[in-house]
Design a protein around this ligand. Structure first.
Ligand SMILES: Cc1ncc(COP(=O)(O)O)c(C=O)c1O
Length: 409
């Protein structure tokens, strides 16, 4: 059955405002079920976690439900799910924890394709430990991250390989399983940034080869919370993060700082339930329905991506960066004669929401020599986008490009 776009869009109250959202990579709109779950949790009697009372048990349940929802999303064990405020904060927590055990001569491998949140925490932890940082390079023309280079990058002193499952700049989906295999051959831990990739298709921790993967719920219709998930929950039991003396020493709880936002955790669970409902004909447990729903959404998004890429290629005034073979539905481009920021503003004035700049893909834009001149404009597709919106964006870009040409004359 084709993806029911009308039904999907009806689940997002914000879409009634009429803006065209090609900015899901920066944060998607929120699904109605999420808004309801957060509101219900805020209206209900909720106490801090305690088995002693109904309100206390509610907050315990909200934490447990969020762990199990995220586990279903990724094919993981709920005991492996660390919840936190953002992917950046969680990555810093792990980087500081692991880094405390690194020694001079140890090595970590990061990539220039990654969002800075999967680069700088590792680089800084390595610097603090006197460890060496090694860099995986992307192909400047195609935007691919060749997996073969990792054989030269890793060695017996490699402690960690950090890599993205999907570039938030140009969409590239690296061959993470191959990279993980190389890293595991030398006993290194594989940390995967799934923030950009997870919203765009089914994810399976085991087949990716990720030891730990991080994902942010606000990129998949949920609230601003994130999860860092270990394939083996025993990983957390073996690590000791800095923590307050009275806070829980259980794993994974001891990686979670302060009192969690219980209503937003209820929103995380509702967001996963929303994704599990994307294919109304899907049957089975939530994991099975998630796979079906996200596969249906992925097919829809890929059709839109083809349409967008074809339209952009037909426009000589537009330069698209990267041609990766496997990619998330995310495209960075520039319009001739215009700064990315001016393009973003012209589109924004017409009701089209896109990003401009480096979107924190700092190393990518530095390496491309584009960062100092404003980066690029990013169009990122999400499952609530339509073919009509793609066509309207392309038409609007013609108007914008005409303006740019006039300005350049
Ligand atoms: C690929 C990628 N990784 C990490 C992050 C950081 O996520 P958070 O805002 O949850 O720290 C982002 C945010 O845009 C991202 O796109």
């Amino acid at each position: 059955m084709p993806f029911d776009i009308a039904r999907t869009r009806a689940a997002y109250p914000a879409l009634t405002e009429g803006f065209v959202h090609f900015d899901g990579a920066g944060g998607t709109q929120t699904a109605a079920g999420v808004i309801d779950a957060v509101t219900d949790a805020m209206r209900a009697a909720v106490g801090n976690r305690s088995a002693a009372s109904v309100p206390g048990r509610r907050s315990l349940d909200m934490v447990a439900a969020a762990r199990s929802a995220v586990a279903d999303l990724l094919g993981a064990d709920p005991a492996g799910v660390v919840l936190g405020p953002s992917a950046t904060a969680l990555t810093y927590t792990l980087a500081r924890t692991l880094g405390a055990g690194w020694r001079p001569g140890d090595e970590v491998v990061v990539s220039r394709l990654d969002h800075d949140s999967n680069v700088r925490p590792w680089v800084q932890a390595a610097e603090a430990a006197g460890a060496t940082v090694r860099w995986a390079e992307f192909d400047r023309h195609t935007g691919e991250l060749p997996a073969g280079q990792y054989a030269d990058l890793v060695g017996e002193r490699t402690r960690l390989v950090a890599v993205t499952a999907g570039s938030n700049a140009i969409g590239t989906v690296p061959d993470v399983p191959a990279i993980a295999k190389t890293a595991h051959a030398v006993g290194a831990l594989v940390y995967v940034d799934g923030v950009h990739a997870v919203p765009h298709g089914p994810t399976d921790l085991a087949s990716l080869g990720a030891d730990v993967l991080v994902t942010s719920a606000y990129k998949w219709s949920g609230p601003h919370l994130a999860a860092m998930v270990a394939a083996d929950p025993g990983r957390w039991a073996a690590l000791r993060p800095a923590k307050l003396i009275p806070s829980s020493d259980a794993a994974p709880d001891r990686f979670e700082y302060g009192t969690p936002s219980f209503p937003l955790l209820a929103g995380v669970t509702a967001a996963v339930d929303h994704l599990a409902g994307l294919d109304p004909d899907a049957v089975g447990d939530r994991r099975a329905r998630l796979r079906a729903g996200l596969a249906a959404a992925q097919a829809h998004e890929e059709a839109l991506l083809d349409r967008l890429l074809t339209g952009l290629a037909e426009r000589p005034a537009i330069t698209v960066y990267g041609t990766p073979a496997r990619r998330c539905p995310t495209v960075s481009f520039r319009v001739a004669g215009m700064s990315p920021e001016a393009t973003q503003e012209a589109l924004g004035a017409a009701g089209f929401c896109l990003s401009s700049g480096d979107y924190y893909a700092y190393e990518y834009f530095q390496a491309m020599g584009l960062r100092d001149s404003g980066g690029a404009v990013r169009a990122s597709i999400y499952h609530y986008n339509t073919a009509d919106e793609v066509d309207r964006l392309l038409t609007e870009l013609d108007t914008v490009a005409d303006g740019g040409e006039r300005m350049a004359r």
